[in-house]
Design a protein around this ligand. Structure first.
Ligand SMILES: Nc1ncnc2c1ncn2[C@@H]1O[C@H](COP(=O)(O)OP(=O)(O)OP(=O)(O)O)[C@@H](O)[C@H]1O
Length: 270
C-alpha cells in the first residue's frame, strides 16, 4: 500500500477524536420520488469519519438513499456535500473520483479472474491520471501496484488465495475482496449495502473487525445492514429510516431503546 495516505496497512495511525468527528458527507433535505411514492423525504444525515449505519424496515428508503448519494439515481430536491464539495446529482464516475466508493457483489466476469487480478483491475479503473503515469513508468508502477495489492490482501487475510479465481472464494472472502477493491481505489468513504448478508456469524465478525480497523485508519464507512445483532457493536452512529424519513438517530445499540425505533420495527412485523 502507499505510505503516508492513511491506507498503509502496516502503519498504525489511530485517529484522535477530532479526526473521528470530522464530517465527511452531508445530505440536506434529500428527496426522491418514484411516481406518487416518496422514497426519500427530506433526508438529512451527517456521515463523520467513522462507521455510520443506516437501518430500517424493508422499503424504508435505505438503498434509494445510497443510490442517490452515489449518483445512480438523481435527487429531486436537496443537496449532498462531500467535504467542501457539492456532489449532488453528479454522475457515478465523478462521485467515485471524489473518493466515494460503493462496493458491489463481485460480478460474473470478475469471478473468473484471480483474486490479485481483481485488485489490480480496481486500481487500473481508478482514472486517467493513473493510466497516464502507468504509461510513463509502467514497470515501477506495476511493481508498486502488485505490492499494494498483496499488502491489501494480507491485511484482509486472504493473501493465500491471491492466485485463485475469485469464484473459489467463500461468500465472506468475497466481501473482503470487495473491500480490497475499494481500498485499491483510494476510497475515502466506502458505502456498503448489506456487507454481512448471508455470512456466518464468525466470518461476519471478522469482516466487521476489518471495517473497524480501516475506520481507525481514516476511512469512513456508510453501511446498510439488517443484521443488527451482529453489526451494532461495531458502529459509531446509527440512523433509522421509515417511510423515506429519518425517524431516529443514536449511538450504537442505544438506538434500539428509542420507542420510535421499536415502533417502526414492530410495525414491520405486523
Ligand atoms: N426504481 C424504483 N421504481 C419504483 N419504486 C422504487 C424503485 N426503487 C425503490 N422503489 C420503492 O421505494 C421504496 C424504498 O425502497 P428501497 O429499496 O430504497 O428500500 P430499502 O429500505 O432499501 O428496502 P430493503 O431493506 O427491502 O432493501 C420502496 O417502496 C420501493 O418499492
Amino acid at each position: 500500500m502507499e505510505t503516508g495516505k492513511g491506507q498503509d496497512m502496516k502503519v498504525s495511525c489511530k485517529q484522535n477524536n477530532r479526526e473521528r468527528n470530522k464530517i465527511e458527507l452531508v445530505t440536506r433535505n434529500l428527496t426522491k420520488s418514484f411516481g406518487e411514492l416518496r422514497a426519500l423525504d427530506e433526508v438529512s444525515i451527517e456521515v463523520k469519519s467513522c462507521i455510520t449505519l443506516i437501518i430500517g424496515p424493508n422499503g424504508s428508503g435505505k438503498t434509494t438513499l445510497i443510490n442517490v448519494i452515489t449518483g445512480f439515481l438523481g435527487a429531486d430536491k436537496g443537496r449532498i456535500l462531500f467535504g467542501e464539495k457539492e456532489v449532488t446529482n453528479l454522475p457515478p464516475h465523478d462521485i467515485f473520483k471524489q473518493g466515494i466508493v460503493r462496493t458491489f457483489q463481485t460480478s460474473q466476469p470478475l469471478l473468473k479472474l484471480t483474486v490479485l487480478e481483481n485488485l489490480l483491475i480496481a486500481e487500473a479503473n481508478y482514472g486517467e491520471s493513473i493510466i497516464q503515469s502507468f504509461k510513463r513508468n509502467w514497470l515501477a508502477k506495476e511493481e508498486a501496484l502488485v505490492k499494494k495489492a498483496l499488502s491489501t490482501l494480507s491485511f484482509l487475510g486472504i493473501e493465500h488465495m491471491w492466485n485463485e479465481p475469485a469464484m473459489n472464494l467463500s461468500g465472506g472472502q468475497l466481501r473482503l475482496l470487495e473491500i480490497g477493491r475499494a481500498l485499491m481505489c483510494q476510497a475515502k468513504l466506502i458505502i456498503m449495502d448489506e456487507p454481512i448478508a448471508g455470512i456466518a456469524p464468525d466470518l461476519s465478525h471478522s469482516i466487521l473487525k476489518k471495517i473497524r480497523e480501516l475506520s481507525g485508519r481514516g476511512i469512513s464507512f456508510l453501511i446498510v445492514e439488517h443484521r443488527l445483532d451482529l453489526v451494532l457493536g461495531y458502529v459509531d452512529r446509527v440512523y433509522v429510516m421509515a417511510g423515506g424519513r429519518i425517524v431516529a438517530e443514536g449511538r450504537g445499540k442505544e438506538v434500539l431503546e428509542n420507542p420510535r425505533v421499536v415502533e417502526v420495527y414492530l410495525g414491520d412485523q405486523g
